[in-house]
Design a protein around this ligand. Sequence first.
Ligand code: TRP
Length: 332
Amino acid sequence: MKKQIILTGDRPTGQLHLGHYVGSLENRVKLQDTHDQFVMIADMQALTDNADNPNKVRNNVIEVAMDYIAVGLDPNKTTMFIQSAIPELSELTMFYLNLVTVARLQRNPTVKNEMQQKGYGADVPAGFLMYPVSQAADITAFKANIVPVGEDQLPVIEQTNEIVRKFNSIYGDVLVEAKGLLSNHTRLAGLDGKAKMSKSLGNCIYLGDDADTLKKKVFSMFTDPDHIKVEDPGKIEGNMVFTYLDVFGEDKTTIEEMKAHYAHGGLGDMKVKRYLLDALEAKFAPIRDKRIELANDKLAVMEIIKQGSIKAKEVATQTLDEVRRAIGVQYF
Ligand code: TRP
């Protein structure tokens, strides 16, 4: 039986962090055993709101590639590639742009939100406004039927499927509809407990953080501001140390005991933080070590991405060929 096809990706605007790990990376490592998986470094999409900062995008391509390989994405199972290395995706985008309206793009909740956050108003870069169309090209080029994404991206997949249906109804059955796949973890809150872990909020633990940085970050985590003396009863809810233990701790029984002890009073923050630090070290030290190894041989990393890009280009070229034939823009 033919394996189901997965396409997903990340904008290379920074290193990947623990939020990415629980939200998607961990899942991808599992899925690569059972699916035909493509993972894309979306540099073209990153440029849609970073046109004036191309070095940021360029420099983060390799960082994201190292994150992928360090967490265990295996080039023999997952095709990792760079979006801009596949110009066929841009050509598909041009065809799809005729199938959506500006009004529909402006109504896309994901785009609408991001436009608000960035304060674009009417002066939104056209490329940014239409990134869901380019994302539809990414997805359909590989005939992906599964797209693992964060919740905020579901409207983009919905819009992809609208394009697919419209395309197929006008030009004939070529494209495949896709389903969004959410990870079973809710989004990971940041160290400050205020919002999701996000680079722009400066509340992240990066996969590439060294042991010292990790320790400092864990020790600075938001706990319960009213838990002043060790004997004081402490709050578990909204206490990031326990939130993270729920996600990353292996020994659930011990964690439940610690929660009861903390809530009752008599367990100090530092003890719990040290316990969390050990749990994070156990999980992420091997990833960090692998990442250092990769950073010492960036040429080898780029070679993996290059080979992946060659393979991805073959698939996208095949789809583009079918698309051109279906539309009839095939003259010679
Ligand atoms: N928009 C996605 C994000 O910001 C990245 C992305 C680009 C993507 N192309 C994709 C995700 C295709 C899934 C499928 O995270």
